[in-house]
Design a protein around this ligand. Structure first.
Ligand code: CIR
Length: 255
């Protein structure tokens, strides 16, 4: 179960966030409304939401997930692989210190890079995507930290996808949303797989929060598949974040 969530309001500069999508610039006012609705949905899941103010220096800073990995035992401050995003961690350190003692905070050290979007938690085991943002050195540092606290991790090479959780979401109870390059990967064959329908790939990024599942608006087959597993679904529109490659999970740190 999660007790806390950290989010950060999008800044006006988000319209210049890093993107590979060809969907136009985000509408900032709409993005703000969607962010408020996202926070409301999280509150409905019974978590305390810490809302950080926008930081105009970093267009992608609303995607707080990439700046830290927060586990039951310790917090890890990442070193984002995207050069323009490295400075985002400075503002996160004092926030994380409010929740974790200094002796329980680890740091990814260069040349290691790691972004939280590449980390999927399944109980005490963590899958770590090796991507354009997370390298083997960064992943190994996380695995070493996990071992120190009695947990474990393994690396998953990515081929085309941005982050591991762009194409995978663990919904607890052995349920795994899965699409694209991961379908053939034997690493995930032990899970009960819910395959994302063609054309709904963005819907693969959902979040389980205390028994409920937040699902992006506009992916009806994905929504139905999750509902038929027995989960209460909360639909949240993230259309403006999708324009800068961001999904539901990227917008929060849940712990
Ligand atoms: C980026 O490219 O870094 C942002 N525009 C999107 C980050 C998405 N984060 C995530 O999937 N965890």
């Amino acid at each position: 179960m999660f007790t806390n969530v950290i989010v950060k309001k999008p800044c006006r500069a988000m319209i210049n966030g890093i993107t590979t999508a060809d969907l136009g610039k985000p509408d900032y006012e709409l993005a703000l409304k969607q962010h408020a609705a996202y926070i409301e949905a999280l509150r409905q899941c019974g978590v305390k939401v810490t809302v950080l103010e926008a930081d105009e220096a970093y267009p992608d800073s609303c995607f707080v997930e990439d700046t830290a990995v927060l586990t039951r035992q310790f917090a890890l401050i990442t070193n984002p692989g995207a050069p323009f995003r490295k400075g985002e961690i400075e503002a996160m350190v004092p926030v994380i210190k409010k929740f974790y003692g200094e002796d329980r905070i680890e740091y990814i050290q260069s040349p290691g890079t790691l972004e939280g979007g590449d980390v999927m938690m399944v109980g005490d085991h963590f899958y770590i995507g090796i991507s354009a943002r997370t390298n083997v050195e960064g992943a190994q540092q996380l695995i070493d930290a996990l071992k120190k606290y009695g947990m474990s991790g393994e690396m998953v090479p990515l081929h085309t996808i941005l982050h591991l959780k762009t194409g995978l979401s663990y919904l607890e109870n052995n349920h795994l949303l899965i699409c694209g390059e991961f379908l053939e990967n034997p690493t995930f064959s032990k899970f009960h797989q819910i395959q994302i329908a063609a054309g709904e790939e963005y819907g693969a990024n959902c979040i389980w929060v205390n028994g409920k599942v937040l699902v992006p608006a506009g992916y009806p087959q994905t929504q139905k598949a999750i509902e038929s597993l027995g989960y209460e679904v909360l639909v949240v529109d993230t259309s403006e974040y999708r324009k800068i490659d961001g999904g539901l999970s990227c917008l929060s740190l849940r712990f």
